[in-house]
Design a binder for this molecule. Structure first.
Ligand code: KIV
Ligand code: ZN
Length: 506
């Protein structure tokens, strides 16, 4: 662990390299929404896109530039006049210019000699600077470029007056040791501040980025959720938190906003975060094992190297086959349930039986088990919201419409909404009413037929989540799919509201 003190610049490329993730594509307006959030997060630079790519991309970069954010806004350009002109059209002040320098890229992609590439580089840097742009330079595939030539290129661009020199590990083949050595070599060659840009093909992007910083780079190019070409880039959240907690280096990023930024990017790109991803994954602060939950509730530091609050999150305890009485008791306490010792033992046995069948017990199921063991009356749930009336209209020539009336906190509310179908319309009507208290997102919806025939009983299992990332599951069974869905939704929202109130009393 290094203990040096220093500030590292965070250059975010979620909107450029991140958007090159297979399957990710953002509209200009979505780029603006993410850029605003990145600016609140405190990144120093935002690479908003590659303007030459398309009209929409150019528009996206232009709209981001127009926002007047604190962060520097960059457009990416190859060493081509047309690319730089496209960047100029967006009104950004900063350009990230790149050219491949490895022999494999020069020969098979660019069909240029080393001398031609260097000459072109210097011409285009001059062109960009003459047009008032501040230039960051990248030697693409630097990590596979002959060292003597790479140093020559960097020395010449240094003298040409670029503002920053970036060292990309384009295909992610470095190790922390080789990355440290490379950055160290470049550092002894140039005066310009250095940056690193590492890809994750071997799962080393974050480690290599940190090694680059240790060797003297004072900027890391990163992306939210590690999005990027192929296996992605070094992830912003992991780099920032590791710098902060392990390397004692500061950045301008506000860690508490990391989780909501990650969620926003996942939602708008449509690329979900893997559950076991460090810092922002669903499981990063979730504890299931019995021994762990005991330790965690006694002293969080026993199994939590990162305080969840630091990154805008909350600890979650879940029950499964590894669960112990202690963890389950804490979880039930949180849900407002207080079984006797014998009842608790019985609940634990039942949870483990379910766990042995390879399942996790959601809090909705834990309440059901507790209700069974403790007796219905003992766990009569508080009802913050209850359904009073439901009416749906649908047909071949009309837009499905639902109207609902609920009692929320003792007051009557009604709403009517349209949707793609009656279930969608009814769910939206409920969400409209509860949005005055909390915005609830429907994260999962599963429908199963429990019996056969057209009068089959349908079971609806849903997962709802509030703005703070609290999620609960609930289920309901009914012959009418709309009723089953609405009941499950009402139960889920009820649980979320109860949980929020319990937490606000803490
Ligand atoms: O990975 C890479 O080399 C890049 C460059 C454009 C910097 O993304
Ligand atoms: Zn890249």
């Amino acid at each position: 662990m290094s203990a040096s003190i220093g500030k590292v610049r965070i250059f975010d490329t979620t909107l450029r390299d991140g958007e090159q993730t297979p399957g990710a594509s953002l509209t200009p307006d979505e780029k603006v929404v993410i850029a605003r959030q990145l600016d609140r997060l405190g990144v120093d630079a935002i690479e908003a896109g590659t303007p030459i790519t398309s009209k929409g991309e150019l528009m996206g970069v232009k709209l981001v530039a127009k926002e007047g954010l604190k962060a520097e806004i960059y457009g990416l350009a190859r060493m081509l006049i047309a690319d730089v002109d496209a960047v100029l059209e967006t009104d950004v002040n900063h350009v990230h210019l790149f050219i491949a320098t490895s022999d494999i890229h020069l020969k098979h992609k660019l069909r240029m000699t080393r001398e031609q590439a260097l000459q072109r580089t210097l011409e285009i840097i001059d062109y960009a600077k003459d047009h008032g742009l501040i230039v960051e330079f990248s030697a693409e595939d630097a990590s596979r470029t002959g060292l003597a030539y790479l140093k020559r290129v960097y020395k010449e661009v240094d003298e040409a007056g670029v503002t920053r020199i970036n060292i990309p590990d384009t295909v992610g083949i470095m190790t922390p040791k080789t990355m440290y050595k490379l950055v160290n070599e470049v550092k002894s060659t140039v005066k310009t501040p250095l940056s690193v840009h590492c890809h994750n093909d071997f799962g080393m992007a974050v480690a290599n980025t940190l090694a680059g910083v240790e060797a003297g780079a004072d900027q890391a190019q990163v992306s939210v959720n590690g999005l990027g070409e192929r296996a992605g880039n070094a992830s912003l959240e992991e780099v920032v938190i590791a710098l902060n907690l392990l390397y004692k280096k500061r950045s301008n990023v506000v860690p508490e906003l990391i989780y909501q930024t990650s969620q926003l990017v996942a939602r708008l790109t449509g690329i979900p975060v893997q559950p076991n991803k460090a810092v922002v994954g669903e499981n990063a602060f979730t504890h299931e094992a019995g021994i762990h939950t005991h330790g965690i509730t006694a002293l969080p530091l026993t199994y939590e190297p990162i305080d969840p609050k630091l990154v805008g999150r909350r600890r979650k305890l879940v029950a499964g086959k590894h669960a112990g009485a202690h963890g389950i008791k804490v979880e039930l306490d949180e849900l407002g349930l207080h079984p006797s010792d014998e009842q608790l033992q019985e609940i634990v046995v039942k949870v483990k039986e379910i766990g042995d069948r390879g399942k996790i017990v959601t809090d909705a199921e834990l309440i059901d088990i507790a209700r069974y063991v403790m007796g219905e009356a003992a766990v009569e749930e508080e009802k913050i919201i209850s359904l009073e009336e439901l009416a749906v209209m649908t047909g071949t020539r009309m837009i499905p419409t639902a109207s609902v009336r609920v009692v929320l906190d003792g007051k009557d509310f009604s709403s009517a909404q349209t949707g793609v179908g009656p279930v969608d319309a009814a769910m939206k009507a409920i969400q409209t009413i509860t949005s005055s208290i909390v915005n609830v997102n429907l994260k999962e919806y599963r429908l199963e037929a429990l019996t056969g025939g057209s009068n089959a009983v349908a079971e609806v299992i849903i997962k709802v989540e509030d703005v703070d990332g609290n999620s609960v599951s609930s289920r309901s069974a009914h012959e009418d799919i709309v009723k089953a869905s609405v009941n499950a939704m009402i139960t889920g929202i009820n649980k979320l509201l109860i949980r929020r109130r319990l937490h606000s009393k803490e």
